[in-house]
Design a protein around this ligand. Structure first.
Ligand SMILES: [Zn+2]
Length: 367
């Protein structure tokens, strides 16, 4: 059996890293940078970034046009070619980062990724989600190389609303369970080949880090303070979960997440929040130990992740609507088929109802 793992080339994290370390890191990758900033980053961080870069590397700044679409990727690629950029930098949320990754792939240039939120595990990956200009999902793109640099400034993460960090913990919560099922099945990871033992151990370390530091990290982030616990969880959400999902593999939790998105009532809830509920349903679906299930519910309750259908906008959802979501989660090509267990839309529906019932019963008990 041939296994495959993929990684970003450098990962830099810490308080103040945006100004203290980004310039030298970029200088390792090229002499002229195109820096794509989302509008919020442009407003908040343009001035300090310019001061830090002065005299270290040539650069031009471009503001991201709100959608990671083929049109926007072409616009940024033209801009990069025109100015002779030798490194592409993305700063901001997921769509800005994805546009930078796709531009780098077009130009075969190094890519630096500077996430300003710890809300998903996408920054380290080679995955790009492309939307239409109107904002509807169009297709996935796997770029040939992971980012050459991922740099996270913990002070910027701590300054953001805590819901972003908690949502990132929801995304990271699924990583070990999904990687573990891929390992048992011998299923492919994001490269379509099985992952190596390294990926599975990193996925487990991701879970252990959340259990150990998640609660402390949430409290620190609420106070907008950088503490060691917050640093550990930023690393778990961004690096460990990224390596764990990409090289370990995805399974039921993300398939259930994708299924839930067919119900418009869930659209106000974020990726990691729906993944957290998908994880609880996955635990029911795959016959995990009751003690483990209890630990995961307790964690979700403590940090404020969804534990019931009502928590993701589905308070009065009918069985027929929920079955539509379950069917979507079992579509051909979905990562549900990485499960070593036999799964049908009916068993997924039962698992979602069971996960919701446990969440509601625990809520009632606490009151
Ligand atoms: Zn995810």
């Amino acid at each position: 059996m041939v296994t495959t793992a993929i990684f970003p080339a450098r990962y830099v994290q810490g308080k103040g890293a945006l100004t203290s370390h980004l310039p030298q890191e970029l200088a390792l990758l090229g002499h002229k940078a195109l820096i794509l900033m989302d509008p919020v980053v442009h407003q908040l961080h343009r001035a300090p970034v310019e001061t830090a870069l002065a005299g270290v590397i040539e650069y031009e700044i471009e503001v991201f046009n709100s959608e990671c679409s083929d049109e926007e990727i072409a616009r940024i690629s033209d801009k990069a070619l025109g100015m002779g950029a030798s490194v592409i930098v993305g700063m901001g949320g997921g769509k800005t980062l994805d546009t930078a990754k796709a531009t780098g792939a077009n130009l075969k240039s190094p890519v630096a990724i500077v996430p300003t939120l710890a809300s998903t595990d996408a920054p380290c990956s080679s995955l790009v989600v492309i939307y239409t200009a109107e904002g509807e999902f169009k297709r996935y793109l796997m770029v040939p190389r992971n980012p050459d640099l991922v740099l996270v400034d913990s002070a910027i993460i701590a300054a953001a609303p805590v819901r972003f960090l908690v949502s990132g913990m929801g995304d990271a919560l699924a990583t070990w369970f999904e990687a573990e099922d891929c390992r048992i099945k011998g299923a492919g990871n994001m490269t379509a080949r099985p992952g190596p033992m390294t990926a599975f151990e990193l996925a487990r370390f991701c879970y252990d880090t959340l259990m150990r530091y998640g609660r402390l990290a949430k409290l620190a982030c609420e106070q907008h303070q950088v503490t060691p616990a917050l640093e550990h969880v930023i690393e778990a959400n961004t690096l460990l979960s990224g390596l764990g999902f990409e090289s370990g593999g995805l399974a039921a939790a993300h398939a259930i997440h994708n299924g839930l998105t067919v119900l418009p009532q869930t659209h106000a809830y974020w990726h990691g929040e729906k993944v957290a509920f998908g994880t609880l349903a996955m635990l029911m679906l795959t016959d995990r130990a009751p003690e483990l299930i209890d630990q995961v519910y307790q964690f979700c309750e403590d940090v404020g992740l969804p534990v019931t259908l009502a928590d993701i906008g589905l308070a009065d959802v009918s069985d027929s609507d929920l079955l539509e979501a379950a069917k979507a989660s079992c579509m051909p090509g979905e990562t549900m088929h990485n499960e070593p267990y036999e799964v049908t839309p009916e068993t997924v529906l039962a698992a979602m109802r069971a996960a919701d019932a446990v969440g509601r019963a625990r809520k009632a008990q606490r009151q």
